[in-house]
Design a protein around this ligand. Structure first.
Ligand code: DSN
Length: 432
């Protein structure tokens, strides 16, 4: 048993240890532009890799179904208090393992089976859990949907009002996973109240902007607010629900025992650490830079002749139409060509897309992760030019060779996780 409690993963499991090392190297050597990803601090990583993973703590602080939860209570109470302070919310539940489980819990709290929801169409920027037919939200509830205006590619609030009046939902779901513009939560709240509906705002993408005042907060206007903790908020992977006090009991009992069993206390510890980081003044500086970087990236791509959905961005992400009615390449081809040069993005449908979702006409880019590394406007200009060049000549091996060198030069100036990088000279143990 001596080794059991002391040996490192590299000593006991070379395959997994090698893959972990390779992943750190991949993240370090590449340009990460997936809008929903970010890099957590070493402190957050450490909090996650702790003995709290051993602990069952079903229930809530002070009311657990297991003994020995006194330190789990310290962690969960800290996460709750910090989340409430960050968002200015009455109540926070920090236990959801993911954004999908946060949303599922709210739908269970707010609705009866078969009630109607009104959510943003996935192909216009919404999310699976907002009513997609293959998701629990589409399987258990009647669904009406809204999207963006064909000309502006932005939410048409008058149209939304009309759809709400026609469909009479019990819950209006707003928030998006691929929408580059500011969302008018106040107006959405008014629309919901005019048809006697409640509102759930899913701010998974923009939570970091919301807590720093760079995007209007939904908290005063919406009964329920959900988010993931790992995107602009820069915490560990996980979910979070905020609600008005009158809904707190219902939300809590839908998370546990409704949807989940024991909470992941090690992840809640990491959430608490990241919320503490987000309460620091420098978190606003970071969020301001995310937005500034997105604007420069958008301008650069636009100047290079690519079409930006909605014409630009107000937040951390941009949706680029790379297909351009057949003049360009598909999102799938663009994702692959960029992957070849260690620029990581995801293909994404654009509103009124003519391509299937797995092919798509667009790619989605976001700046949270590269901004965490310290990159600023100059790097964004260079990166935008590299992306545009690859999309214009996706088959050119000589261009890709050059871009790979440029990517290596950029990333080498912005090191990360020095204590977690594989020792130099040790070869990769897994292959791509
Ligand atoms: N998969 C997330 C995203 O990429 O936006 C949403 O759940």
């Amino acid at each position: 048993m001596k080794d059991f409690f002391t040996a490192n993963v590299s000593e006991v499991d070379p395959l997994i240890s090698g893959a972990i090392d390779d992943e750190v190297r991949r993240q370090t050597d590449g340009l990460e532009l997936i809008a929903s990803e970010n890099f957590v601090s070493e402190a957050v990583l450490q909090a996650m890799g702790t003995a709290f993973t051993n602990k069952y703590a079903e229930g809530y602080p002070g009311k657990r179904y297991y003994g020995g939860c006194e330190f789990a209570d310290v962690v969960e109470n800290a996460a709750i208090d910090r989340a409430k302070q960050l968002f200015g919310a009455d109540h926070a539940n920090v236990q959801p393992h993911s954004g999908a489980q946060a949303n599922m819990s709210v739908l269970l709290a707010a609705l009866e089976h078969g009630d109607r929801i009104l959510g943003m169409n996935l192909s216009h920027g919404g999310h699976l859990t907002h009513g997609h037919p293959l998701n629990f939200s589409g399987l258990n509830y009647k669904v009406a949907d809204y999207g963006v205006n064909k000309d502006t590619e932005q939410i048409d609030y008058d149209e939304l009002q009309k759809i709400a009046e026609e469909s009479r939902p019990k819950l209006l779901i707003c928030g998006a996973s691929a929408y580059p513009r500011t969302i008018d939560f106040e107006r959405i709240g008014q629309i919901a109240r005019s048809v006697d509906a409640k509102v759930m705002a899913d701010i998974a993408h923009i939570a970091g902007l919301v807590v720093t005042g760079l995007h209007p907060s939904p908290v005063p206007h919406c009964e329920y607010v959900t988010t993931t903790t790992h995107k602009t908020l820069r915490g560990p992977r996980g979910g979070l629900i905020m609600c008005k006090e009158e809904f707190a009991k219902d939300v809590d009992r839908r998370v546990f025992p409704g949807v989940q069993g024991g909470p992941l206390v090690h992840v809640i510890a990491a959430k608490a650490v990241s919320f503490g980081e987000a309460l620091h003044a420098d978190f606003k500086t970071y969020q301001l830079q995310i937005v500034a970087n997105a604007k420069v990236l958008a301008e650069t791509l636009s100047k290079a002749g690519l079409r930006l959905v909605s014409g630009g961005t107000d937040n951390h992400l941009l949706l680029v139409d790379v297909f351009m009615d057949g003049e360009g390449i598909t999102g799938k081809a663009a994702e692959k060509a960029l992957d070849d040069v260690q620029i990581t993005v995801n293909k994404n449908t654009i509103p009124f897309d003519t391509q299937k979702p797995f092919v798509a006409s667009g790619i989605r880019l976001g700046t949270p992760a590269l901004t965490t590394r310290g990159m600023k406007e100059d790097e964004m200009r260079k990166i935008g030019e590299l992306i545009a060049a690859v999309i214009k000549e996706p088959e050119s091996e000589s261009l890709k060779e050059q871009v790979r060198r440029d990517v290596a030069e950029i990333t080498s100036g912005f090191p990360m996780y020095p204590n977690r990088l594989k020792r130099p000279g040790i070869e990769a143990t897994t292959s791509k």
